[in-house]
Structure formats: structure tokens, C-alpha cells
Write a protein that binds this ligand. Structure first.
Ligand code: PMV
Length: 309
């Protein structure tokens, strides 16, 4: 058998996070500048399957760590392909920041499943890969909508509605985004749990807020597809007001948003679970440097500049 390598990108949610859990549409795009990769190499007979990662600081034997998410990923691949455990080493590397809402967990599982299935001669297609990674997402946080695994496995911009097949959409005109990390870990399941509690105690109010977010996501899809970049910024800012109202912003997020706006951002919002994690900023190309500097001054610990295409 010969070695096999596969990758999966990071991701950000552009519009619709949280409301997507309640059936509203959301838009997410891959961030190819950061990625997870997995390489499978053959090992001598009776070695079993080993998963190793220096960047994640782990070494797991399939037989000994049955509940670890990466081991479960490998096991699901073997079950799906009806293959026995191979004698092989899977080496994982990732440049995707952990707990930043950039889809690190989903991307690592996707890269592993893609590499292992390819090594065994049956590379999984995006839909099967995404369904498999969704099972792992459920281990991380109980009620995921499925958007993270979808965008990471398809590697293209997706318009996502829970429990329906994802729609890949095209970007009419590329636009620049700055992804600025608050440095506060984004614990998605806590943010999602908090929203659920508030929704349960005021269902009508929250259902209406989710519907407003969904409407913004639909308008944003049209703006992005038609290359109407001028419309995207205000939609981001409106989406952020609604995210504030459902209680998932934070002082750190607001500090970065204010700094970016003062430095000339076209639109700003948190991305993903919120509370911590990343803020995304739509910036005209000539202003990206100035806005990045303002974000750093306001406490951003990492800034990724990406062109959404
Ligand atoms: O925190 P992230 O980037 O993994 O995004 C979570 C997105 C939510 O809508 C908040 C939850 C979900 O499952 O869709």
C-alpha cells in the first residue's frame, strides 16, 4: 500500500449562526489559508492503526482509546467501508486555531476520514464525509446544526438549512475579510445552551429574532451571488445587532467591532458560537492594513486576512 494524504480547510460562518440551529438558513465559507492535513502511511504487520499528532500533542492506538473523537472517526470510516483495521500510521497536522470557531475539530476529523478512506481505496465523497463528521460533531456539542461539517467537507461556500441537502453557492465578486481572534475561547456548546434556555423562557421573542436573522442570511446570499459587496457590510452589522439581542456577544467582541468600525470597516460581526472566538470584518482592500492595526491595538491576538472567492 502507498501513502495517502488529504486536507480539509478551516471555516467561518458569514451569516445566520445560532438561528441555523432553529431551522433558519446560514451561510458559511471555507478558509483555505488554515487547514488540517492527514497522511496515512503503511506500517509493519500487526502494528494496528495509530493516530499521531505533534501539533495536537497526541498518540492514540485504535485499540486503546476507543472514545477519543479521532479514534471514533477512524472507526466510523472502517465500519462504513466494511474494512478491517489496517496496519498504518495516520499523522495529523493542523494550522487551524483551536476553540476559535474556525472549525478545527470538524476539519481534523474530515482530513483524517478523507485520508483513511482514500488510503483504503474508497475516498468518501463530500456528502458521505460530511455525514460521518457530523457524528463526531455531536460528540463535541450535543445539538450541532451540521453547518461546520458541511462547509469543511465541501470546501466551498454553502447555504445551509438544517436537515436539507446543502446548496453550494458562488461568490459573484471576491471580497476581503479580516478574521480577528478575541483570544477568548469560544465554547460553542455553552453559547448554544444559553440561547436554548433563553428561547425556552421567551419562545415567541426568540423565534422572531431567529426569523429576522434568517431573512438577513437570505438577503446576504443574494448580495454575495450578485457581487453586490456594498450590501454585505450593512447586513453583517444588522446580523450582529440581532446576535447581541440573543445574548451571544461579549465585551471583547464589542471592543474589536468598535475598533474596526472606527478604522473604516464596511461591516462587522462575531462568527460562530460567540461569547469569545472570532470577529469578522468586511474591509475595502485599501483599508485592510489600517483596520488590522486598529484590531491589534484593541486586543486581537491573531488576524487572518482572507479573500472570499
Ligand atoms: O462556534 P462554531 O463556529 O463552531 O459555530 C457554531 C455555529 C452555531 O450556529 C452557533 C451552532 C451550530 O451548530 O450551528
Amino acid at each position: 500500500m502507498t501513502s495517502y494524504t488529504a486536507t480539509a480547510p478551516g471555516k467561518i460562518i458569514l451569516f445566520g449562526e445560532h438561528a441555523v440551529v432553529y431551522g433558519q438558513p446560514a451561510l458559511a465559507v471555507p478558509v483555505h489559508k488554515v487547514q488540517a492535513s492527514a497522511m496515512v502511511t503503511p506500517c509493519p504487520e500487526n502494528s494496528g492503526l495509530i493516530i499521531e499528532s505533534s501539533s495536537l500533542n497526541l498518540r492514540l492506538a485504535l485499540a486503546e482509546a476507543a472514545t477519543h473523537a479521532l479514534v471514533v472517526t477512524a472507526q466510523l470510516v472502517l465500519e462504513k467501508l466494511k474494512e478491517p483495521e489496517p496496519d498504518a500510521l495516520i499523522t495529523i497536522q493542523s494550522t487551524i486555531p483551536i476553540a476559535g470557531g474556525l472549525g478545527s475539530g470538524a476539519a481534523v476529523s474530515a482530513a483524517l476520514a478523507r485520508a483513511l478512506s482514500g488510503y483504503l481505496g474508497h475516498p468518501l465523497d463530500p456528502a458521505d464525509l460530511s455525514a460521518l463528521v457530523y457524528e463526531i460533531e455531536k460528540l463535541h456539542h450535543g445539538t450541532p446544526s451540521g453547518i461546520d461539517n458541511t462547509v469543511v467537507c465541501y470546501g466551498q461556500p454553502v447555504y445551509f438549512v438544517r436537515d436539507t441537502p446543502p446548496e453550494v453557492f458562488r461568490v459573484g465578486k471576491p471580497f476581503h475579510l479580516l478574521i480577528a481572534d478575541t483570544g477568548v475561547a469560544s465554547l460553542t456548546h455553552i453559547a448554544v445552551g444559553g440561547v436554548r434556555e433563553r428561547w425556552q423562557s421567551a419562545p415567541q421573542k426568540y423565534t422572531a429574532l431567529f426569523a429576522d436573522i434568517g431573512q438577513i442570511a437570505r438577503q446576504a446570499r443574494e448580495a454575495i451571488e450578485t457581487g453586490n459587496i456594498a450590501a454585505i457590510g450593512p447586513l453583517m452589522t444588522n446580523n450582529q445587532s440581532l446576535l447581541r439581542r440573543i445574548g451571544v456577544s461579549s465585551d471583547e467582541i464589542e471592543r474589536l467591532i468598535e475598533a474596526a468600525e472606527q478604522a473604516g470597516a464596511e461591516g462587522t460581526k462575531l462568527s460562530g458560537g460567540g461569547i469569545g472566538g472570532n470577529v469578522i470584518v468586511l474591509a475595502a482592500p485599501e483599508h485592510t492594513e489600517r483596520i488590522s492595526e486598529a484590531l491589534r491595538q484593541a486586543g486581537a491576538v491573531r488576524i487572518i486576512h482572507t479573500l472570499v472567492t
